[in-house]
Design a protein around this ligand. Structure first.
Ligand SMILES: Cc1cc2nc3c(=O)[nH]c(=O)nc-3n(C[C@H](O)[C@H](O)[C@H](O)COP(=O)(O)OP(=O)(O)OC[C@H]3O[C@@H](n4cnc5c(N)ncnc54)[C@H](O)[C@@H]3O)c2cc1C
Length: 429
């Protein structure tokens, strides 16, 4: 298996592969998947004194956790406080909002403990509004979060222009607890913290099947079986092997990312004087952030998936140059992609597939902060033998999945038109 050429893999030192599983092993909890969710859960279980093993099919951070853009966003992409309360009711809604809100601080606290240094910057996260209607909706959201005691504020159009050098936005939501990290360094840091706390991590160990046993579960791997009292499926959008029941309940969305050559100090001071990452409200979302060496990172999704890996990265760079008025000599330095798990209701899915077999998936492209918080909450529930932290749902397979997986491209196609219409009416100076 070749290492995926992400910016993070090219610039982050990786430890030697961890040993595979030895046949006949046992553990209280087995976690399948070495991304943020599995690693956060493993760390917090080990800290609570529970014996735990993580089985990762490839390397730690191989999945979305090592390929994402590293925006630490304690918000979902579409679900806001009002919608969450309406869908889940007051009690469960409050628990989910609390988990979402904790995520940012938790990530940066763990990043500090893992020694990430300049690879983790808690400078706040911006969500600029590209239309008057979105500005209104975001101001309601700001007030909702403020009522929950969160450090969220509304910046007007002038303040947003001063923070980006861009005059097209009507203002922005700013969450001071957000920021940006090197996601691979964070995954590797979580893995190290988990091992230090007593968790056992096994790489290159795909779990091919799960069978119910009298006192737990037997996990089949090429190295032999593992017996576990409980199992957490933290396999994201994967649909092969043991991950099948969870992966079929979400739609996979391919997200493309690029990093440019480093920007000069004047450009950095103009487009990100406070080094805040930003994700705007367009359907064809425009995102930008810097890494520790001032490379610009942006992303996008393809209308036509065929050949997108070769076509799209240059288009994303050209868009960033145009929108942020970057110097024309800025070029593409890294391009990669990964798979995000999307749910039809825009909320994450927590499921009890069978007694002692829990699964969680579906962060809809905003999983860095949330999976960290959910991993800790799941660990607490398992360590105390208590109820799961959020309501569960059965992981019904998405109907007509091969067709339904094209739905995000259709939404994007429609959104391109409405984005263009909104941008014809920029805010008045
Ligand atoms: C390109 C991209 C950009 C993104 N950008 C952001 C962002 O900026 N901010 C944000 O908040 N979110 C972002 N996201 C979403 C975020 O990355 C994910 O929500 C999060 O990483 C999910 O973590 P996870 O642990 O659930 O899954 P993953 O990190 O995908 O981990 C699942 C792991 O399970 C392993 N696995 C699967 N099947 C098996 C098996 N049978 N046996 C053993 N192991 C198995 C896989 O190899 C994988 O390593 C982005 C996603 C993508 C794809």
């Amino acid at each position: 298996m070749t290492t995926p050429p992400t910016l993070w893999h090219a610039t982050t030192a990786q430890p030697a592969p961890r040993p595979g599983l030895k046949a006949g092993a046992t553990t209280d909890v087995a976690i399948i998947g070495g991304g943020f969710l599995g690693l956060s859960c493993a760390l917090h279980l080990a800290l609570a004194g529970v014996s735990v093993r993580v089985l990762e099919a490839r390397r730690i951070g191989w999945g979305a956790s090592g390929r994402n853009a590293g925006f630490v966003v304690p918000h979902f992409s579409r679900a806001d406080p009002m919608m969450i309360r309406a869908r889940l009711g007051a009690d469960a809604g409050a628990r989910l909002l609390d988990l979402v809100a904790q995520g940012g601080d938790m990530v940066f606290d763990l990043a500090r403990r893992a020694g990430l240094g300049a690879q983790a910057e808690q400078n706040g996260w911006l969500q600029p509004a590209h239309s008057a209607a979105m500005a209104q909706a975001l101001q309601v959201r700001v007030r909702d979060w403020q009522a929950l005691g969160r450090p969220v504020e509304w910046l007007d159009a002038r303040a947003m222009a001063a923070r980006s050098g861009m005059k097209l936005y009507y203002g922005a939501l700013r969450d001071a607890s957000g920021g940006m990290i090197n996601p691979l360094a964070y995954a590797l840091g979580l893995a190290q913290l988990a091992e230090d706390a007593g968790a056992m991590l096994h790489e290159e160990t795909p779990v091919t099947d799960l069978t119910r046993a009298s006192d737990g579960w037997t996990l089949s791997t090429p190295a032999g079986p593992l017996h576990a009292g409980r199992v957490l499926l933290a396999t994201n959008a994967e649909t092969r092997g043991a991950a099948r029941p969870l992966g079929r309940a979400v739609l996979p969305l391919t997200v493309h990312q690029i990093a440019t050559t480093p920007l000069d100090a004047d450009t950095v001071a103009r487009i990100a004087p406070n080094r805040e990452p930003a994700s705007d409200t367009r359907t064809n979302i425009f995102t930008w952030r810097l890494d520790a060496d001032n490379r610009l990172i942006s992303g996008g999704m393809a209308l036509v998936p065929l050949g997108a890996g070769t076509r799209l990265p240059q288009k994303i760079v050209q868009r960033a140059i145009r929108e942020l008025r970057l110097p024309a000599d800025i070029t593409l330095a890294h391009a990669w992609h990964g798979t995000a798990a999307m749910t039809t209701d825009a909320l994450p899915l927590l499921t009890e597939i069978a007694p002692g077999l829990t699964g969680a998936v579906g962060c809809n492209g905003r999983g860095v902060a949330f999976t960290t918080a959910l991993g800790r909450a799941l660990a607490q529930a398992m360590a105390d033998n208590g109820p799961l932290p959020l309501p569960t749902k059965h992981p019904y397979p998405i109907p007509f999945r091969p067709l339904a997986r094209h739905a995000p491209a259709l939404v994007l196609a429609r959104g391109l038109w409405s984005d263009a219409r909104a941008l014809r009416h920029p805010p008045t100076p």
